[in-house]
Ligand binder design. Sequence first.
Ligand code: UDP
Ligand code: MG
Length: 169
Amino acid sequence: MNQNSLILIKPDGLVKSLTGNILTRMSETKLEIVAAKIVRVSPELAKAHYQHLADKPFFDELITYLQGQLHDRRKVMAMVYWGEDAINKVRALAGATNPEEAEPTSIRGAYGRITSKGIYENVIHASSDAIEAEREIKLWFEPDEIILDAFPTKTETLNDVKKRVWAKA
Ligand code: UDP
Ligand code: MG
């Protein structure tokens, strides 16, 4: 079954200059990239993304980590990969959550580390199941930022919406 999966190259992956390596490894899956952007992560977005971990003792540090405050690199690269069995394929390539338990040849096994505070800096996020993938993709992307109809949309006419536009054409 064709699926969408959200992949984030986390700030540690960016600071270690791993973007190219990770994209090359990801191409082993033969999945398609259907959306990609660089995002400055707000505290609200980070907390919503990791809402399932809100009661964990490491939650505050995790939110700081995703925002790039631990790496002086306040951004992540967000992507949607699409194709047959996308979620499991990407999870297998990403490896286990704990980089010390991850297969050495997986992305997390090869590049991740555990900080002295005990946070798993595991370089990438990958959606864990179809329900989480849908929730996460809707959190990180607008429908028009994805080049296929990932999920049903509706059209609304918005009045009085303020947004920045280019000052000159
Ligand atoms: N994490 C951590 N310590 C833990 C569990 C999770 O530092 O004991 C961090 C780690 O960066 C992980 C993220 O929190 O990637 C989200 O945790 P989750 O259990 O959702 O694992 P994932 O889906 O990323 O494998
Ligand atoms: Mg998860």
